[in-house]
Design a protein around this ligand. Structure first.
Ligand SMILES: Cc1ncc(COP(=O)(O)O)c(C=O)c1O
Length: 377
């Protein structure tokens, strides 16, 4: 019989053999950040940091939340914050979860059962897939952003409730869902539409309110997930919907019920980040940088990027080894860029995921273009 130690050793050896062994890297010393999801620079924003520290010093809160929201971890402050964030995103209600992962897991696991069908984009985030798996519902993926495949899959779902799950901006490809069309199909088939706005939060729509607000679909979408760990530079997430959905999640979402709530400093940081979001110029700077990026990357290299208007620019470099090697060349020059390897993405679609931020300079983007030119042309 194989011992557990041997079993995990074999699996790790397999990863090493496929060049897909994951290890932790500290990018803290990198000179240039083309890697983090801190699209608007909020995590490093000096004014934001100062305001958060001032509030924490003015009224020193407990360190931790001391319990789950249903025991001792709730507060008027947290509920008022949820209402404020929901209003900002033009939703009736919201419920904060400890992370985007927890939000998707809790929401998707509890909404449906064996009789229902969830249809999700094949590039949906792992947290969406894991939530679907826990729900025990029938589930089909549809080809990425492919409306006719979505319809085909909906036609398979003959009984029970139908749920469609998409992201507004896909985390690895950086492209946008054709949400208006997806909404029309959802209406036609009587399906509930859930939109994960993790990478659109702060970046897409007026004041970064998201794609659902931008397209005027707030009354049409069943639930939205906004995360605070990306453009907002904080941590946590909120599920937006109607009051009924909020009550349902408080009663049934296990990743909400059975965990200690976010600590006070996180809630204060989220509150301050939303206040900054309402008047920051960072989105405009990001748009200008994206235009510069398109201008300076050599056309032959630009052709290998996955077409996307978001700050996530994915350059396809097939093969784990090749993608890793190119990321290492950047690292040697103090530039943090993450190679995304199989099995995180399908084999053959390994890539460098280059994230642009409002704080990147034109000179940094020029340097990026020069290195790509040297390495690839
Ligand atoms: C689309 C999407 N949803 C959810 C999450 C999870 O969010 P969090 O990092 O807050 O757990 C991520 C994180 O990468 C994501 O890309």
């Amino acid at each position: 019989m194989l011992s557990l130690d041997s079993k995990i050793n074999n699996k790790l050896s397999l990863r090493r053999a496929k060049d897909s062994f994951r290890s932790l890297v500290d990018y803290g010393s990198a000179r240039i950040d083309f890697c983090s999801n801190d699209y608007l620079g909020f995590a490093r924003n000096a004014d934001l940091k100062r305001r958060i520290h001032e509030r924490l010093e003015a009224d020193i809160p407990p360190i931790g939340a001391t319990g789950s929201r249903l025991i001792s971890g709730n507060s008027h402050f947290c509920e008022a914050l949820e209402a404020k964030i929901a209003e900002f995103h033009e939703a009736a209600a919201g419920l904060i979860f400890n992370s985007g992962y927890d939000a998707n897991l809790g929401l998707l696991a509890c909404l449906s059962d064996r009789n229902d069908t969830i249809i999700y984009d094949e590039l949906a985030h792992a947290s969406i897939r894991d939530g679907i798996r826990l729900s025990r519902s029938k589930a089909f993926s549809f080809r990425h952003n492919d409306l006719s495949d979505l319809e085909k899959k909906l036609q398979h779902a003959k009984e029970g409730a139908r749920i469609i799950v998409v992201e507004s901006i896909y985390s690895m490809d950086g492209d946008q869902a054709p949400l208006l069309e997806i909404h029309q199909i959802a209406e036609q088939y009587g399906a509930a539409l859930i939109v994960d706005e993790a990478h659109a939060t702060g970046v897409v729509g007026p004041q970064g309110k998201g794609l659902v607000v931008e397209l005027g679909l707030t009354q049409k979408v069943f639930a939205r997930i906004h995360t605070f760990g990306k453009a907002l530079g904080c941590h946590g997430a909120i599920v937006l919907g109607n009051d009924n959905l909020r009550n349902y999640l408080i009663n049934y979402a296990r990743s909400f019920i059975y965990t200690t709530a976010l600590p006070w400093d996180s809630l204060i940081a989220i509150d301050e980040a939303y206040q900054l979001l309402a008047h920051t110029q960072a989105q405009q700077q990001l748009v200008e940088l994206q235009a510069h990026f398109k201008k300076v990357i050599p056309p032959a290299i630009l052709a290998n990027f996955i077409p996307a208007e978001s700050p996530i620019k994915s350059l396809l470099i097939p093969g784990n080894q090749a993608a890793k090697k190119l990321a290492q060349s950047f690292a040697q020059q103090g530039i943090a860029i993450k190679a995304i390897l199989a099995p995180t993405v399908p084999a053959g679609q390994e890539r460098l995921r280059i994230c642009l931020h409002s704080f990147n300079t034109l000179a940094e983007i020029n340097t990026l273009a020069e290195i790509l030119n040297q390495e690839l042309c």
